[in-house]
Design a binder for this molecule. Sequence first.
Ligand code: HEC
Ligand code: HEC
Length: 227
Amino acid sequence: MRRYRIIASGILLALLALPVLSEEGSGRPKAAAVSPSLKGDPLVGKLKSEDERCQECHGHDGNAQDIEDGVGNIGKYPRLAGQLPSYILKQMRDFRNGVRSNDTMLVMARSVSDKDVADIAAYFSGQKISNEKANLLPQGRRLFVEGDGVRGIPACAGCHGEAGQGIQQGEVIYPRLSGQHQRYLAKQLTEWRLAERKNSLGGIMNEIAKKLTDSDIEQLSSYLSGL
Ligand code: HEC
Ligand code: HEC
């Protein structure tokens, strides 16, 4: 297990050494340089998350229901409860800039300022996530904790934390995965694999997801939703 951690931190170090190429010279604000420090007020955020409609889809306390929207979109709404506030802010900026594409969230992200998001993120991140039923799938657990050296898959835990709780290291933000809806997690992993989602630093999640089979994704997402 230690070996995989070392591999994961090696990748991390390599990534940290990369200049922030995509942002440089593009005229866009350097999101990574400002985002993590914007501090929000959870009480103000609670009101704003209601006024700005976030609660309608993500739940009053950030524990969104795992529902379909009636037009075939499954596992739509991710939980925001217990998520790192800096990750919420980064995603909102990515949606707004089109770095992460989702029609609904593009509209939502454009309707709020960074200050609003910081407040809303402070509220949701302070809420307790209500995990799904524990799902002790050995293949999912093994990949999460140890990775697979033969197939070149690093341990997820090496970046996302021992308990999948999410970690922020400097300006690099590894989101919380534990307790997230299984279908949402599977959708994201599939989108990373197809390069439909491309907003991870250095494309790291695309590299990792390319190596995952359908069965790996099923096992990992089920395991994590109950963690
Ligand atoms: C009409 C429904 C709807 C509303 C209202 C809405 N969202 Fe979302 N949100 C979504 C959907 C759907 C996704 C998942 C997108 C995907 O699958 O990539 C999402 C994703 C997100 C994510 C990414 C979470 C992750 O784990 O990566 C964040 C952060 C977020 N929303 C914040 C907000 C905030 C803040 C508001 C209020 C200003 C808001 N949302 C309002 C539907 C909504
Ligand atoms: C080298 C570090 C690293 C490793 C190892 C890693 N990840 Fe990630 N992962 C990231 C980063 C960074 C992000 C945030 C991307 C962004 O900013 O949108 C991420 C995001 C994600 C997301 C999106 C979460 C959300 O709320 O939308 C999922 C799902 C995910 N990773 C699953 C995994 C799984 C499963 C594994 C193991 C097979 C894994 N990751 C291994 C760095 C890593």
